[in-house]
Design a protein around this ligand. Sequence first.
Ligand code: IVH
Length: 693
Amino acid sequence: MQESTPAQQAEALRAEINEHNHRYYVLDAPVVSDAAYDKLMNSLIALEQAHPELITPESPTQRVGAQPVSALGSIRHAVPMRSLGNAFEEEDVQAFSKRVFDTLYGAGLARAEDQVQYMAELKFDGLAVSLRYEDGKLVQAATRGDGQTGEDITSNIRTLRSVPLKLKGDYPQVLEVRGEVLMNRRDFEKLNQAQQERGDKVFVNPRNAAAGSLRQLDPRITAKRPLRFYAYGWGEIRKVHDGQLEVFRQESGSPDMPRKTHAQMLDWLQALGLPVSDTRKLVCGAEGLLEYYRHIGETRSTLPFDIDGVVYKVDSLQAQEVLGYVARAPRFAVAHKFPAQEETTRLLSIEVQVGRTGAITPVARLEPVFVGGVTVTNATLHNEDEIRRKDVRVGDTVVVRRAGDVIPEVLAPVLDLRPPGTSLFVMPTECPVCGSAIERPEDEAVSRCTGGLFCAAQRKQSLSHAAGRKALDIDGLGEKLVEQLVDSGRVKSLADLFTLTSDELAAYERMGRKSADNLVAALDKARTPDLGRLLYALGIRHVGETTARDLALHFGSVEAVMAADEAALLQVHDVGMVVAASILNFFGEPHNREVITQLVEAGVHASAPEQASGSDLPLAGKTLVLTGTMPNWTRDEATRHILAAGGKVSGSVSRKTAYVVAGEEAGSKLTKAAELGVAVLDEDGLKALLGVG
Ligand code: IVH
């Protein structure tokens, strides 16, 4: 093999590193581990240290090169950065489609309204930026500012690994790329966690975190923030065409440009190495736009980042040109916004609620506010530390967030609007329901009522939990009835429920004979639950549905779970020290053992999970291990299918494991499988094995 020169080595390493960045950020399909990436990077750093003359500004080692500045400079945009008009209702979209069609029809560019093509995109909830590439090299980056002039954030943008320092392929002499800088929700949570641990400022939402990170005076700080970039448009483009310098601006779309549609432009940006979100779609007419809106609205929570709506753009560049601009917004595009998930309102008081396990949650009583599609009057403040950390006070105007079905929460006070005389929250020392002491174990964020099942609040919630759909599924045992049953002293434990008679029940408020009979029938049905459901119904701390099912699979009876010691419990899939301790603690409590005895006396008998047998079953005698998240099946569903096919599911990989089924973010089990040479399947592979589609 021929010896390569240091210059060639550096070039090869750079190409490889850039390719991995591109795979990670643009294609979303990394092929190497972080460690392997770091190794390449370290080799390049070492090589450049030995040969400083080889360093170029586009080298991936030079992302964090610049010195801190005392203020960000300003940059005038070659082509102004516009904003978008908003649509909120379906009618607004229909009106937009009609306006577009009328103009295009008049210009002979459209024949029917439902045939006008649009590019439908996500409306990223981040910060608009403009990146300027000259001769393929990133030379400048600016915020939107007032649309004419923005702030110079070149050094900061260079630290974003999703932004190429050098374009690939057929780039023009000048290219201004417009897009959004944002932070993924998961990265945001991690950042806030770290900020909090260090005692640094925490951010209200990913958008603010992105803004704060991007406008740093010291690029070394930006470099540590997990920012991402998505391109959605362009500003100035100049290229030599037939030996002539050609200036191409959005307003003056040159008909000679090789690309005639927005879709083609985005594909081109992607081909140049820029990240463009795949969640974009060419659609036709108002119906197509609204279908995209509804689809994105439904799947919004599965996106890794926040969006605040979708954007529709007429696809044909010629049509865009004809439609033109009004004031600062294009007539060819519109933002269709989702109902806001964050609003501000006044915090009237802070009360505490006692949860099923005694956890005390401070709850904000709010002036009613319409947010996330509903009117919100209460929002959680999580715990005492959170209130301190956010510095939320009674009387404050606060930012409230409600996303999807998630419980509304108070994010932060609006300090500029703080009136005089606000008061701090003080955690009560006694439970407002039962008067027992409230204690907060050291190292824990949560305060708890120590009353246990003596506390009516805890008793009520334990009963409601046990009656829930995922537990014993007792139809007709609503919150109001539970309240009455507990307050009257008739029901003290789960077992007492099963001794209720129809006559008794009929005497309670809002209970007729019929509902009483129905409830007794529902209770009867609940006497023979799956073991997993019964274990879940007991409400053992840290034992969720899945763990309960795993325990049921492993032990086969309540008695066996009760008899298990720590070592036995740790054998169970996903049961660690904390869960094991909690189970031991629960069954160590004489009162809880008593309830189990009473349940048996009341005729409650759980059935062990079925495992199919028969040597002709596809997985007979085989043990599988599940790890990571599968795209379609939950772990439970996969388990059920495996059991039905005669297989077993285990929590740990050994030489006896027939297959490891690995989903996304599979961890050490996958490594172990590789070490032991155990076959690895994905969800499709498992389905093929089971013979199901
Ligand atoms: S196009 C000429 N596309 O929304 C039109 N904007 O008010 C320029 N935004 O500040 C904007 N996602 O930061 C466009 N897919 C998208 C977008 C998008 C988010 C933001 C952008 C701008 C604001 C428009």
